[in-house]
Design a protein around this ligand. Structure first.
Ligand code: PMP
Length: 285
């Protein structure tokens, strides 16, 4: 059965959803997106995703008029129609279709809005057992990683580079400090029990999962600090993990062939993951 997708006001089978070759999302990556996890047929951290979507649209000056309620009901209909118990909803909004020109179109254009669903095992992620192995590489992305644009080629190239040598992911380094992962935020737990994640800046995406983890761990026995850390800090750490909407919290056990801690998924990391899941389950929409 074909997947039902949403395109510009219509619910369609995926094979019937077509976008113009003049769409600025296609020609200039002039588009923003969100990925919201689904568990138990419901959306995880919906408000956070909406707020960040509005921020990305504002930063790119994309004039988008659909209300939050309209967006929610499109998400819900796709989850229902495609029978998604666990997985994700992808949403993309581009500036729309216009004659090709670097300048933004002068006349009004209608943004192109696309949504589709994907099934994915999120709770029982296979990588939880072994933990992920990462490599570091220079962060050569543009300087506005805080806007969630579809300009993802460098991250995609580096992720592939990691996979090609038998690793799982890449953590980016700028001026000696880790910025974030290819599609996730990064945390370490130092030997003295401090949970550290990079502070927010234009160099990183303000992850929704990162924000929740910071909130939920306030009541734990861990000291939490938002500050940059280096590869040496990681190699010296007790535990490390990455986080994102569709992986939640994923233990990281190796960087650049060097074991982190004892080289196994960390107990605090797995505890934080359970805490995270228990808390988000209370707030599903
Ligand atoms: N950083 C980058 C570069 C990402 O692509 C993602 C995932 N979209 C994240 C961080 C994690 O963000 P979130 O927790 O909102 O999924």
């Amino acid at each position: 059965m074909p997947r039902l997708v949403y395109l510009n006001g219509k619910f369609l089978p995926d094979v019937e959803a077509h976008i113009s070759i003049f769409d600025r999302g296609f020609l200039f990556s002039d588009a923003v997106y969100e990925v919201t996890a689904v568990i138990d047929k419901k959306l995880v951290s919906w408000e956070g995703h909406l707020n960040r979507l509005r921020y990305s649209l504002k930063e790119l000056n994309i004039d988008f008029t659909k209300t939050n309620d309209e967006l929610l009901s499109i998400h819900r209909k796709l989850i229902e129609q495609n029978n998604i118990t666990e997985g994700l909803v992808y949403l993309q909004i581009s500036r729309g279709k216009a004659e090709r020109d670097f300048a933004f179109p002068i006349s009004e254009v209608e943004p192109t809005i696309v949504l589709f669903t994907q099934q994915k095992k999120i709770i029982n992620n296979q990588k939880l057992l072994s933990g992920a192995k990462v490599i570091s590489c220079p962060d050569l992305r543009w300087g506005r990683a805080d806007i969630k644009t579809v300009q993802l080629l460098y991250a995609s190239m580096m992720k592939q580079k990691a996979l090609d040598i038998g690793k799982d992911d890449v953590w980016f380094v700028k001026n000696n400090f880790i910025t974030e992962g290819s599609s996730n935020n990064t945390f370490i737990l130092s030997k003295n029990g401090t949970l550290i994640t990079n502070s927010l800046s234009p160099q990183i995406l303000p992850g929704i999962t990162r924000k929740s983890i910071l909130e939920y761990s306030k009541n734990s026995d861990l000291i939490v600090k938002e500050k940059p850390f280096t590869i040496e800090d990681i190699k010296d750490a007790r535990e490390a993990f990455s986080c994102s909407s569709t992986t939640f919290i994923l233990p990281v056990v190796e960087i650049d062939d060097c074991k982190i801690g004892d080289g196994c998924p960390g107990e605090h990391t797995l505890r934080l993951r359970r805490l995270y899941i228990n808390n988000v389950k209370k707030e599903l929409i």
